[in-house]
Design a protein around this ligand. Structure first.
Ligand SMILES: CC(C)(COP(=O)(O)OP(=O)(O)OC[C@H]1O[C@@H](n2cnc3c(N)ncnc32)[C@H](O)[C@@H]1OP(=O)(O)O)[C@@H](O)C(=O)NCCC(=O)NCCS
Length: 196
């Protein structure tokens, strides 16, 4: 499926299927309140391997916006655009963008949107941006061994497991990777299946 990119110096929107990825500068007050709720959520924090945020909304917003302006980071709000109206459902980013590689992170904070394909669509949209607009050669990520839903979503878009190891806190860290070459092969395969 084609990805449409609309970009200015400060704002970028990537659209693919049922999702739109928008720069954080595009988020309105309602979306920021959901960001705050997602970052405070203990279950999501556990899945993410971070403590729940205790920052007030104004500070979280300031910190995330400042981070998103870094040259080594591309952060987007994920919007469900399937119902006509756009609703904010989570956040996705590439961070540690160095030379030809970056790390991907994603949080779909709205439970109503888990296991319905929104996560893999958002990742697919960001990968197209990473491998075409940004010219990256490799995208990596890490997730926890017990987060089967995340691993399944990442595998659907072509990520493969590189290694897994036990963290000092006793959790299994699963490292996954996708190269531009493998992504191009998969994209070509999907296009020819679509045309067949
Ligand atoms: C991880 C996350 C991004 C995945 O996005 P998603 O939209 O829920 O995932 P998708 O629907 O695209 O794919 C998930 C797949 O896993 C499957 N799945 C769900 N629960 C599962 C489980 N317990 N075991 C195995 N597979 C599972 C789903 O059925 C789906 O497969 P299918 O499309 O073949 O049916 C999203 O759930 C999320 O952000 N969760 C909360 C925070 C989080 O875990 N972040 C990731 C940290 S690395």
């Amino acid at each position: 499926m084609a990805l449409m990119v609309a970009s200015t110096k400060t704002a970028t929107t990537l659209r693919r299927g049922r999702v739109a990825l928008k720069s954080l500068s595009e988020l309105d007050g309602a979306a920021w309140r959901r960001v705050h709720a997602h970052f405070r959520d203990p279950e999501i924090a556990h899945l993410n391997g971070t403590p729940p945020s205790r920052m007030p909304l104004w500070l979280l917003r300031r910190v995330l916006k400042a981070d998103s302006r870094r040259r080594d980071r591309e952060t987007f709000g994920i919007f469900d655009v399937s119902g006509g109206a756009e609703s904010y459902i989570g956040t996705i980013e590439l961070y540690d963008i160095r030379h030809d590689a970056a790390t991907l992170g994603i949080i779909i904070g709205e439970r109503s949107h888990w296991s319905r394909g929104f996560g893999s669509e958002a990742v697919a949209a960001l990968l197209e941006h990473a491998f075409t607009d940004l010219g990256l050669e490799r995208v990596t990520l890490s997730t926890f061994g017990d987060n089967e839903r995340a691993q399944a979503a990442f595998k659907k878009v072509g990520f493969y497991e590189k290694r897994r190891f036990l963290t000092p806190r006793g959790r299994v860290d699963v490292q996954m990777e996708l190269t531009r070459w493998a992504w191009l092969e998969q994209t070509a395969r999907e296009t020819s299946e679509h045309l067949a």
